[in-house]
Design a protein around this ligand. Sequence first.
Ligand code: ZN
Length: 160
Amino acid sequence: MNASTSVSNTSITRRLEFDAGHRIPNHDGQCKHLHGHRYAIEITLSGEILTHPGKADDGMVLDFGDIKRLASKNLVDIWDHAFLVAENDLVVVNFLKTIPDHKTVLLDRVPTVENLAYLAFTILKPIFSDAFGDRLYLSLIRLYETPNCWADYSGAVFNS
Ligand SMILES: [Zn+2]
């Protein structure tokens, strides 16, 4: 990047929705029961606006269709209509194994919305960097468990 080039940092967000079941095994309220949510995930990418006169992506950070395609294939289609379960929640893991062809996603942590946002970010971050290099980056995952409850994850914070 030479000194005469200005760098803009613009963020774009694609929202996708999916249905999934979960439970929080040690919750002291309703969340310990098997139940589901209509989750909404907002995937935010940041980078420079492309200057490609005459090309389809002129004036874009990235085509929204590319975000949908990569996020669906690598995350949303896998979690949609699945039961998201902590691998150490053995009573549920073992129960789900008794259902033929059940769509179960084993997680290394309890499926709170905070942990799911973290996991979604961890899965998708390298997908976008492998596809687009350093011209853009996954800057935020916002995951709604309900319309009024959500978690944001934007990567590790390094101490300086
Ligand atoms: Zn829940």
